[in-house]
Design a protein around this ligand. Sequence first.
Ligand SMILES: [Zn+2]
Length: 320
Amino acid sequence: MNYILAIDLGATYLRLAIATCDGRIVFKVKEKVVRRGNEYTVANQIIGIYEKIREKLGKIGIGKIAIGSIGPLDMREGIILNPPNLPYGKILLKKPLEEYFKVEVIVLNDAVSAAWGEKHFGLGRNVENLAYITLSTGIGVGALVNGKLLLGKDGNAHEMGHAVVNYDSPFKCGCGKIGHWEAYASGRNIPRFAKYLAQTKFKELLNESMLRNKIVNNSLEAKDVFEAAKKKDSLALKIIDELGKVNASGFANVINAYDPELITVGGAMALNNPKELIIDPILKYLDMYVVNRIPKIEITKLGDDIVLYGAVAATINPPL
Ligand SMILES: [Zn+2]
């Protein structure tokens, strides 16, 4: 029997799943992405993990392979070019994996893959106009319009994490440009934004805040802000409210661009925190920025596996 090999290549983790041809995931494994090497290192790591799986499961035939990956992509060549969050100039995926496995390898952007997964296995099954937004180390978006998955000429359609939310911003994004959504509200950049707010708009709250020491020592992490907000820390709650405005403007850009019926939200930040700290602050401010009718907004039920499900869906129903 032939199985599907689904791969999720993120900035931190590499996940592999084996699925049956009807889309049931039967085995999963996760490793940190190797961050040192050359353009073949990641493909070799994938092959190494697969060989370990084969030792465990016995001989399994792989009939189809798809990867949901961080970008930017050259989708047709299956290459990642200068990813801002991994230290490689180029990562070759399609060619070395096709040579090893002797089957076609489909490569999609991870958030695009996730949207396809939501459509086939998640809340989007009966929805023709769908956007998926990941709030994680970075911010990514995938979208279906009239049932069609939007890909772009190189597979990099809607890099919406880099949508401008402030044209006159003091913050540089990881991509090098200014004022991007991700520069404020991604897991990586929340500490900088929080520190800025604590020293400007909300400075009268800093001394009383449980975040004070970490802000002063520059050791603040995004999760500290959420933990303090759960304990009703006044500064943390103000920062969460401000993030609500930034995220509302980002979500508004997505809604104004794609007119979705449903937005599902995933990514570690959205999955690990209560709705009151993620979705509610967005809903509070969304109307200030949106011109289109506001869609339903829900946390994805596919959790951490959504990109893997998208890769599985891409092998069963290729969107290309
Ligand atoms: Zn950017």
